[in-house]
Design a protein around this ligand. Structure first.
Ligand SMILES: [Zn+2]
Length: 219
């Protein structure tokens, strides 16, 4: 029998994703049969194939760490923002494909009917196709639902009807994520989305976005 590799204690970024998935399963009374496979030879950060609907593949060596974002200000990313290239974000993205082909397959169809042309330009990744848009919006609903409510209230309302997020929709919860955001993410939130945290109002406030330019699509 060939030797198998098992990881007993995952890295923190993987652990965060697994904890959110477990809470998602519990509060929604689902029973997942999900296999997360780490493949260091995979060409992409992650993959999901509906032909094998119980499995998601991840290449941890292509996932990024937040420290790298300091030198990559062009595409700032972090967990809880619209762009998350960490292992947490990549696992959750593929997990959302998994969920929308299993317990939430009716929601996937409903999303296509509800938003057939009204595309949500969250990120280059989300612009890839409507299924990636759904997965990316769903990831924010799972990690930082209050931010999704600010950015796209129609998507937030849609998800709320279909499942419970493991993260509460609250200003405080969003603030906790915001405090961990790299500078580049906070700047993009302000410039592109017109959202900033006001220490005076102790809440997120809307400003006029100073930049409306969207970065080119990256597949
Ligand atoms: Zn995808």
């Amino acid at each position: 029998m060939p030797t198998e590799l098992r990881i007993i204690a995952p890295d923190n970024s993987t652990h965060v994703a697994m904890t959110l998935i477990d809470r998602f399963e519990e509060i929604n009374n689902y029973e997942f049969n999900l296999n997360i496979l780490f493949d260091y030879t995979l060409n992409d950060l992650g993959e999901f194939d509906p032909i094998q609907p119980d499995t998601i593949w991840i290449n941890p060596s292509l996932c990024k760490t937040i420290n790298e974002s300091k030198s990559e200000m062009l595409d700032p990313f972090c967990t809880g923002y619209v762009r998350d290239f960490t292992t947490t974000g990549v696992i959750l993205h593929e997990f959302c494909h998994y969920a929308t082909y299993n317990c939430l397959s009716a929601m996937r169809i409903a999303y296509m009917f509800r938003f057939p042309t009204n595309r949500l330009c969250l990120s280059e990744y989300a612009n890839n196709c409507v299924e990636d848009e759904l997965a990316e919006a769903m990831v924010i609903y799972i990690t930082n639902p209050y931010l999704l409510k600010l950015l796209a209230p129609d998507r937030w309302t849609f998800f709320k009807k279909h499942f419970k997020s493991p993260t509460p929709t609250s200003t405080l919860q969003c603030y906790k994520s915001y405090m961990k955001f790299p500078v580049g993410v906070k700047e993009e939130l302000k410039e592109r989305w017109g959202i900033a945290f006001s220490e005076i109002e102790m809440d997120f406030v809307r400003l006029k976005p100073t930049s409306t330019s969207h970065r080119p699509v990256m597949v």
